[in-house]
Design a protein around this ligand. Structure first.
Ligand code: ATP
Ligand code: MG
Length: 556
């Protein structure tokens, strides 16, 4: 954004570190996704934050796949994550995998064992939980807490060698069973899982827990500022304890509020549920909050980066109105989208005083909001046009500046027409509107001095192409589906997708380019769907021209 804003608290921390010469003023951040799903708009916020900080202070950002959970992770997710980050416009320094550190993490664990700061526990998960106590009540040691260093080293090696079944043993840090911070009551460091890992195959059957892998990976990479979301505040003491007691590079953790947005869910687990239960057409269904879905729907990288900037960095949980995201894409597309005409709900307009076989090719600007207009195109005009049904009214109220018997409008980039009469079928539905055009009023050459208030869009009947148009509404009916009583899927909006299978579009839209935004004049912003084909064009509505939702809310 152009306007100046004050520093956010993370920028203040970084500037202070640079001023004090900490790490020689070096800034290295990381974005650490777990490859267990597609990235969503919340991740985009984190990406913009981590990469943005590094760019601002001459630093770098690593992309680190936090792949310590073999069961839920896959290469498909890894590839999608890389694609999304690049599409957002960021370049990582190193592409790294926590699984590449399994050997060194194992060494770190033995270091702790040797310092009598870790032990192998044979208790079940239930027994460990029961012995942990409560925040107001200290925990109790299990019988395994007093094992000798030698025994722990042997057992841990045997765990690694596959001697024990899943769940039969864990490695725990030996810290403080009475600590008010439950995360310091001998947290788990390793668990046994005989599972195939998408990168390390069957080499390992013990996997480090998040808390043991994350800070240590930061330290191995010499990350200066490790930024995560607020739920990790209570983990920070453990983060520091592990780094200090292993004796490695002192990375530091900082927390900010995760992005929550209205009318959607933002956890990969829930999004996966929607995909698996076929409530949506895959992770990139344009109604999803994933980056791939936003891309397919026609969002631009700039609009998402702008959104992240406007949301800012908070230290308290909050919920952002999805209307802000829509505002950001509208603002960007207004400047970049080419104007085109399409009629979604057609009715025929016949210009009775225009010659039957005549076609005029009229020039119309591609983008009046761009300084150079980005050129223009020719649109065919003829005696019969499609116009929107709601641009005609039989009995129009006073301020209706469109067509009704006796009223005049300008046809976009064309002539002024005056409505003379109309036809109805037996059921009373209007089937055809009749007009006279007024010669000498052609746009750009009009010196008639005539003035009309309304301009409507149109498509020439004999030249029209057809397309399918998909209109999207909110995927959920309630602001916070995750907080709904019962199953969040019960709050899905059954009308979130409307398919119009025969929309008339001006012929130039045959040349629409994938990934480019088009403004269908007076309707909204659209882009080609990824499943569009030359023989069957499909357009997705990215967003309407105005915030109809806000208007609805006011009415209610
Ligand atoms: P989810 O709960 O959606 O699965 P996650 O936190 O488990 O998200 P990770 O892959 O672990 O997903 O996240 C990668 C990075 O993105 C982390 O640093 C995490 O803090 C950040 N992140 C995830 N969700 C959000 C969000 N809603 N807002 C901001 N940052 C987020
Ligand atoms: Mg996670």
């Amino acid at each position: 954004m152009a306007e100046e804003r004050s520093l956010n608290f993370l920028e203040e921390i970084v500037e202070e570190d640079i001023r004090r010469g900490k790490h020689d003023g070096r800034v290295l951040t990381r974005f650490p996704p777990e490859p267990n799903g597609y990235l969503h708009i919340g991740h985009a916020k984190s990406i913009c934050l981590n990469f943005g900080l590094a760019i601002k202070y001459g630093g770098k950002t690593n992309l680190r796949f936090d792949d310590t959970n073999p069961v839920t992770e896959s290469v498909e997710y890894v590839d999608s994550i890389k694609k999304d980050i690049q599409w957002l416009g960021f370049t990582w320094d190193k592409e790294l995998y926590t699984s590449d550190y399994f050997e060194i993490l194992y060494e770190y664990a033995t270091t702790l064992i040797k310092k009598e700061l870790a032990y192998v526990d044979d208790s079940t998960a239930e027994e460990i939980a029961a012995a942990k106590g409560t925040p107001t009540e200290p925990g109790r040691p299990t019988p395994f807490r007093s094992r000798s260093v030698a025994e722990n080293l042997r057992l841990f090696a045997e765990m690694k060698d596959g001697k024990y079944p899943d769940g039969s043993k864990v490695l725990r840090a030996k810290i403080d069973l009475a600590n008010p911070n439950m995360h310091l009551r001998d947290p788990l460091l390793y668990r046994i899982k005989h599972a195939h890992h998408h990168r390390t195959g069957d080499v390992w059957c013990i996997y480090p827990m998040y808390d043991f892998a994350h800070g240590q990976s930061d330290s191995i990479e010499k990350i200066t500022h490790s930024i995560c979301t607020l739920e990790f505040v209570p983990h920070r003491a453990l983060y520091d304890w592990l780094i200090e007691n292993i004796g490695i590079f002192p990375s530091k953790q900082y927390e900010f509020a995760r992005l929550n947005m209205t009318y959607t869910v933002m956890s990969k687990r829930r999004l996966l549920e929607l995909v698996n239960n076929k409530h949506v057409d895959g992770w990139d269904d344009p109604r999803m909050p994933t980056i791939s879905a936003l891309r397919r729907r026609g969002y631009t990288p700039a609009s998402i980066r702008n959104f992240a900037e406007r949301v800012g960095i908070a230290k308290r949980e909050n919920v952002i109105d999805v209307g802000l995201l829509e505002f950001c894409v509208r603002e960007d597309l207004n400047k970049t989208a080419w104007r085109r005409m399409a009629v979604l709900d057609p009715i025929k307009l016949v210009i009775t005083n225009y010659p039957e076989d005549k076609t005029e090719w009229l020039s119309s600007e591609n983008n009046p909001e761009a300084t150079d207009g980005e050129g223009s195109r020719e649109i065919p005009f003829s005696r019969e046009l499609w116009i929107e049904r709601d641009d005609f009214m039989e009995d129009a109220p006073k301020k209706f500046f469109r067509l009704a018997p006796g009223l005049s409008v300008r046809l976009k980039s064309s002539y002024i027409v005056t409505c003379t009469d109309f036809l109805k079928d037996d059921s009373g539905i209007v089937t055809e509107v009749h007009c006279n055009y007024i010669p000498g009023t052609k746009s750009g050459e009009d010196n008639s001095g005539m003035h009309v208030k309304g301009t409507i869009h149109w498509v020439s009947v004999p030249h029209a192409e057809t397309a399918e148009v998909r209109l999207y509404d909110r995927l959920f009916n309630v602001e916070n589906p995750a907080a709904a009583d019962g199953d969040f899927k019960d709050t899905l909006n059954p009308e979130s997708l409307t398919i119009l299978d025969k929309v008339y579009i001006e012929p130039d839209l045959k040349n629409a380019e994938p990934g480019k935004g088009y403004q269908f004049m007076r309707i909204g912003y659209f882009t080609l769907d990824t499943h569009s084909a030359p023989e069957k064009l499909i357009f997705n509505r990215t967003v309407g021209l105005r915030d109809t939702w806000a208007k609805e809310a006011k009415k209610a």
